[in-house]
Design a protein around this ligand. Structure first.
Ligand code: SF4
Length: 162
């Protein structure tokens, strides 16, 4: 089953498939593992709060990552955090902060360009939609507080869904 929402992707799939940055973690309990909302849990058939990692040769990987070709084993029903990445929602209070993760090489190359600005405008429209607000309210469990990682994030805009 496809998640309730679809989102235009900023980073082309072919770029992601050639990059070994995502879906890998420094620790088994890394905050960068996808945190799951109700919708994600339903789609993945799990009650886990986070996608679990597996350790191979001392490295930690998302359990759904195929490390031979970089593909995602649950691509069509991947968690919302994965769908949104390299953009990130962070919540500590009622306000949600939207950031972009500067560790993404595609972001580093494209952040000064018009296509990046256009995508940010697209995201502003996306998060102002009533159906998306309702989706976020139902899936609050997926929110992290990413503010401790502010040095590697660029703040884009804030919104409130309630
Ligand atoms: S679910 Fe898929 S896209 Fe998300 S971290 Fe795992 S392998 Fe990567």
């Amino acid at each position: 089953m496809r998640p309730e929402v679809s989102l235009k992707q900023f980073v082309p799939s072919l770029v992601c498939l050639k990059c070994d940055g995502c879906c890998r973690y420094k620790q088994a309990d890394s905050i960068w593992r996808p945190k799951l909302g109700q919708n994600d849990q339903k789609n993945l058939g799990t009650f886990e709060d986070y996608v679990q990692s597996v350790q191979v040769c001392g490295q930690h990987f998302c359990r759904f990552l195929n490390t031979t070709d970089n593909t995602c084993g649950v691509y069509n029903k991947r968690p919302f955090e994965c769908l949104l990445y390299p953009f990130i929602l962070s919540q500590r209070t009622d306000t949600i902060q939207v950031y972009v993760h500067l560790s993404c090489p595609f972001v580093q190359d494209h952040q000064p360009k018009e296509e990046f600005k256009a995508y940010v405008e697209y995201l502003k429209d996306f998060f102002s939609r009533q159906d998306i607000r309702e989706f976020l309210i139902k899936n609050k469990a997926m929110f992290h507080d990413y503010t401790p990682f502010a040095p590697e994030l660029l703040h884009l805009f804030d919104f409130s869904y309630e």
